[in-house]
Design a protein around this ligand. Sequence first.
Ligand code: ADP
Ligand code: MG
Length: 709
Amino acid sequence: MANLTLETPLQFVKGVGPRKAETLAEKGHRTVEDLLFHLPFRYEDRSRFAAIASLLPGTRATITGTILSSVLKRTRKRGFTIFEAVVDDGTGGILLVWFNQPYLRDILKQGREVVLYGEASLSRYRGRALQIENPQYEVVTRDGTEAIHTGRVVPIYQRLGDLSPRMLRVILHNIIAALPERVPDPLPASLVQGRGMMPRAEALRAVHFPPEGAVLDQYQSRASEAHRRLIFEEFFLLQLALGLRRQGIKQETRTTPYATTPAMRSKLAGVLPFHLTAAQKRVFREIIGDLTSPRPMNRLLQGDVGSGKTIVALLAMLLAVENGQQAALMAPTEILAEQHHRGIVSLLGKARYRCQILTGAMTAAQRRPALRAIEDGYTQIVIGTHALIQESVVFRSLGLVVIDEQHRFGVVQRAALRGKGPAGSSPDVLVMTATPIPRSLALTLYGDLDLSVIDEMPPGRHAIKTHLRSESARARIYDFIRSETASGRQAYIVLPLVEESEKSDLRAAVQMSEDLARRVFKDLRVGLVHGRMKPEQRDETMRSFAAGELDILVSTTVIEVGIDVPNASVMMVEHADRFGLSQLHQLRGRVGRGAHASHCILMHGDEISEEAARRLKVLEDSSDGFLIAQKDLEFRGPGEFLGTRQSGLPEIRIGNIIRDHELLEEARAQAQAILEEIRVESPASTRHRPLIDHMKRQWGERIGLMDIG
Ligand code: ADP
Ligand code: MG
């Protein structure tokens, strides 16, 4: 009964109908193909159920039986409920316990038949009776689909809206039953044959309903041949998408390749009060290579905090100006934009370049003349925040765009700034980040960028000693801070306000700083900054700290990128276990910027988990930003590593760039070979056109590719 194609809208699938189709559409699944890529996150072997009488504590098992009784208990803790049920399978009964799911009362009623999955353990309260806490459950209904749900290995899906895992299993079962023997495969046939890949239809069938004799462990870890076939496909299409975007950008032309005359070079060299490090020189040469070529630059510059990225970017901007172009530097926060502006203005000193700052904090009266000067071309270098991408900002000839801490901006914002170049040509783009990005992630995120790395610090930096400390050491740490300030140094105390919008966290921060100011360090000068203060007030406090008028600055993570105070020699981070490693590494880069030995103290609760301790230990042991980033990525996964929203990370549905990194590398290599063929044949007339169209359907929207030919 093969009557479906991959393009069939889901509402025409048996068992779906208009209402379910709508729910699926809301979750981004419109066609049969979409839903086929909603893979099970787990499989359960229901060919045999475990007998309840045979369960032992500490083992995971799937059981089935009838609910004998159930009860919803309210506890003394307000709003906290416990739902208990007893299920029996004829061999014996077992207690089931769910916390804070009172609605289960209406689902798991007495007499219902259920399938359960979870880990058996001994109850602490019920006389050490055997129990399962928070088991996953499925109610068995006699609706004629029982054979799909038992007596075999079954897929367990993530719920989609109000579509339960069980409903989804029926839908996918119906899809697979009606799917033709063969389905169109976007991958080039030569590639499929060359790598001996499983046919696409077979892989799609197998990942949902593993064939008889399948090694379940491989399926669970998405390492089966079927999974790897689909993951390769996903990575391949993504790399193709990123590659095409890069080609698209490369095909644009730029105003004119820059000239670099000896006079210009010596003028630039004269601006700096120091010599570039070897790494800075190398990277600047790479940039000059881009700027003197006929294709626009599109480069990512990575390097630890303080490695001297901004200086290199400044040289590139000056080169643009010397070639009659304007340059813009966009930073994620006002403080950072102001600091860049101050730093650049003071470095340029008497060299006559015309710089302008542009932030959201400016009044209309300040903005108007600034905008006019930019539009006239009077202003040569513009430094600002998101304010730069507003419509009212018009450049006369924007030749170079520099984006600092680019991971704080989305693809769309980057594109918006690039779009401010002259019509019909593209400015050069240099994006910078101090959060080193492991290669696997860089390939995924920035397959469309060239990479440069500054892997060397300017001379004269002191290593920062990092110490992990628990609550019990607090008094001694306060003494240490006191002794440092007594000898003229300054200290940061950082509080974990992960979401600056959390009111309760904010209250805690304010309270803590008051406590520090009034009690602990009442003889010292203590200031507080956080992200919800008025910018003027925050800057005022930061400025006092920088001027040495405060001994201690209590802060949320707003200081992460914002402040440069060489006299600060201690940083104490509260609840360090709540931060990511890369973020902590960036934070501690705020000390050790002067001539003094510096310390970073990472505080954690007395009951820190073993994993959290191992994680933080990485910082004690290493100051290599790349190594730290790699560990961070491994511990937390890509989404969290980048800070999920605004990360610009394409949503990868089935592959995992850490687990499947060799597939990623291979897919990239294969995609590059195909990209070369496309380039030679031209994107419009290539025989790979169907592949490109398929890729655009899958990735276009997800990574902002709509403008690709
Ligand atoms: P990043 O942007 O990578 O954090 P910056 O470019 O802001 O680093 O440089 C950090 C500090 O080091 C600045 O004060 C800068 O003037 C200084 N600096 C940069 N390069 C050198 C160098 N080659 N020699 C000495 N000091 C340098
Ligand atoms: Mg910087």
